[in-house]
Design a protein around this ligand. Sequence first.
Ligand code: NAD
Length: 260
Amino acid sequence: MHSLEGQVAIITGAASGIGREIAKRFCAAGAIAVIADLALPAAEATAAEFEAQGHKAMAVAMDVTSEEQVNAGIAAVLAAYGRIDVLVSNAGIQIVHPIEDFPFSDWKKMLAIHLDGAFLTTKAVLPAMYAAGHGSVIYIGSVHSKEASVLKSAYVTAKHGLLGLCRTLAKEGGKKGVRANVVCPGFVRTPLVEKQIPEQAQALGITEEQVIKNVMLKETVDGEFTTVDDVADCVLFFASARSKALTGQSIIVSHGWSME
Ligand code: NAD
C-alpha cells in the first residue's frame, strides 16, 4: 500500500451514504477529499465537518449529468490544488418499475446519472492524470453489476455498463499510469436503500420486513447488510495499491450474495 498523504481525491455523491464514508476515509488517510454533489449545502456541511476535525476537504457543486457542471467542478479542483490523484464515481440513485411500466424519462435519468456521470467525470479528470502519469479511477458499481433483480432494469443495465467503461479505461490508461477498478457492494442501509424498502414492499405486495429478509438479504451467507465501512475499505484498497498491476478489476463486497 502506498500513502495517500497529500493526494487529491474527488468523490461524487459524497454528501450522503457510501460516498460520505469514502470521503471521510480518504481524509483520515491524509488525502484532500473533494465532496462533489448535487446537494451543495449538504456537501458544504460535510466538508466543514471534516475540516473541523483537522482534515482537508473541499465542497463542489456538481450535477454529474451536466458536462458543463462537471467540467467547471473539476477545473475548480485543479485551480485549488493543481492535481487530481483519485476519482471515485459514486453518485447514484434508484428508480424501480417493471419494464413494461418503466417511464422512458426515468430510464434516461437513471442511465444519465450512473453512466453519463461516470463518463463525464472520468473524461474531465483524465488530462490531469495523464499529464502527471498517475491516477486511480474507482467506480461504485453494485452486486447489480453482476446479477439482475426484478424491477431494476435501468439500474442493472447501468451498473453492468460501468464494468465496460472500467475495462476500457484500464486499457487506454494503462501505459499512462492510470488504473481503473469497480467496487460492487451488496445492500447498504443508506438513504437510497431506506427509500426502496417501502417502495418494494408495495410493488411486491409484501411487508417491509419481508423485503429486507426475503429480497435484499436472502442470498447473503449470514443475513447481514453490507456497511459503508466495508465499501470504503475496498475503495481505499484500490486507491492505495502500490503497483500498476491492480487494474481492470471488480470486487464484490456483499456478504457472499454474489460470488465469483
Ligand atoms: P445516497 O442516496 O445515500 O447518496 C447518493 C448521493 O448522490 C447523494 O448525496 C445525492 O445528492 C448524490 N447525487 C444524486 N444524484 C446526483 C447527481 N446527478 N450529481 C451529483 N450527485 C448526485 O446513496 P448511496 O446508497 O450512498 O449510493 C451511492 C452509490 O452506491 C450509488 O452509485 C449506488 O448505486 C451505489 N450502491 C449503493 C448500494 C446500497 O445498498 N446503498 C449498493 C450498491 C451500490
